[in-house]
Design a protein around this ligand. Structure first.
Ligand code: PLP
Ligand code: MN
Length: 377
């Protein structure tokens, strides 16, 4: 039954030309994708930092395995259900870079330690209570990271004293081990100018060093500092304060990251993710494609159209997108023609799809299930 369902849902057949792919479908251009994976792995190796790519971007165990094969220590994710999918897919070191407080979820997390090294973040004594209650069920100690707010203003402790109190209780708890500090500066990632991102990460580093020093003074052993995304990883890596980087979007990139001004030291990452769509209706001044916002996320703005800067996508509805000419003389695509959209935001776009269709030289080479698609528990 399952096989039949998978066969029905796959939008492509191995070896087919891309024109035969059923749209809308998410394509991964494999040459660009493989270069992105290799580039980040080489960067981390050259800088002497551990690479733990964020799996929330792709939610796909095949991609996680490629990242580990290229040198990543494991992956991170945001949800227990994502961790379950990655562990089932053979990843042996998974950090939930997030707070989890529900007892049932924490018991599921503890159960995963039978198969993998598992980490989690805490930022509140009540959350830590819940973790302490679940930890005795673990097969080995769970790595606990104290999350520090380094300027994002979302999760994480605000005051060093709160970190010290958490540390004392982690040290005393059965099956918990204080692994380090989670310090992700989310609001810095899409600051457009390199100088703005640099200033934000300098401030984050100062916060990290303050907490680390206080924890060490209190008697903490080796502490690992982990954080960073695609917009800033080169800054955390160069800071000397971070031991591990967590970029996610670099494997695919998206229009929003494309709008960042890139710093030379960040290297070059390429768009490898495209939403293939077909013109299904056509008028003199507008073409309508079969990719609405049920197939790509618009929280970070509209997609770009690959290779067609003379066209723009607008007025998305559930199942339709409208294509307009950027200037009056531009010819619109014809009915039946395919276009490739560069999604505004890669992570939530992938979450809308069951399959990633790997393309090389214009043909379907891979079909990867997005195992953790919709996994948000
Ligand atoms: N680390 C954490 C904790 C995150 O929440 C995210 C993304 O939001 C990342 C890393 C990766 O960021 P990006 O996909 O922008 O590289
Ligand atoms: Mn994102």
């Amino acid at each position: 039954m399952t096989q039949q369902r998978i066969a029905r849902l796959a939008p492509a057949i191995f070896g087919d030309p891309v024109e035969a792919v059923d749209t809308p479908a998410l394509l991964v251009e494999l040459d660009a994708f493989e270069r992105n994976i290799a580039r980040m792995a080489q960067f981390a190796k050259a800088k002497g930092v551990r690479l733990r790519p964020h799996g929330k971007t792709h939610k796909c165990a095949t991609i996680a395995r490629s990242q580990v094969q290229a040198g990543a220590v494991g992956v991170c994710c945001q949800k227990v259900s994502e961790a379950e999918a990655f562990v089932a897919g053979g990843i042996e070191d998974v950090l939930v870079s997030n707070e989890i407080v529900a007892p049932a979820k924490l018991r599921r997390l503890a159960a995963l330690t039978a198969q993998a090294r598992i980490g989690i973040c805490v930022d509140h004594p009540l959350g830590l209570d819940a973790l302490i209650a679940a930890a005795p069920e673990a097969a080995r100690p769970i790595d606990v990271y104290i999350e520090l707010d380094v300027g994002g203003g979302r999760c994480g402790i605000e005051h060093i004293e709160d970190g010290l109190r958490l540390m004392d209780r982690i040290a005393a708890a059965r099956n918990l081990s204080l692994a380090g500090i989670q310090a992700y500066q989310g609001s810095a990632q899409h600051l457009r100018k390199p100088a703005e991102r640099k200033a934000a990460i300098e401030a984050a580093v100062a916060r990290v060093l303050g907490l680390r020093e206080a924890l060490v003074k209190r008697g903490a052993g080796a502490l690992r500092v982990t954080g960073a995304g695609t917009g800033t990883f080169y800054l955390e890596a160069a800071s000397g304060a971070y031991d591990e980087i967590q970029p996610g979007s670099y494997v695919f990139m998206d229009r929003d990251y494309g709008d960042n001004e890139w710093a030379a030291e960040a290297g070059r990452f390429e768009n490898s993710l495209f939403l293939l769509t077909t013109v299904m209706s056509r008028r003199a001044r507008q073409a309508v494609v079969d990719a609405g916002h049920k197939t790509h996320s618009i929280d970070s703005g509209m997609p770009a159209i690959a290779g067609r800067p003379d066209l723009f996508y607008d007025r998305p509805s559930d199942e339709h997108g409208e294509i307009f000419p950027a200037s009056p003389e531009v010819l619109l695509p014809e009915l039946g023609q395919q276009l490739r959209l560069i999604p505004g935001h890669c992570d939530p776009t992938v979450n809308l799809h069951d399959w990633l269709v790997g393309i090389r030289a214009g043909h379907v080479e891979a079909l990867w299930p997005v195992e953790a698609r919709g996994a948000f528990s």
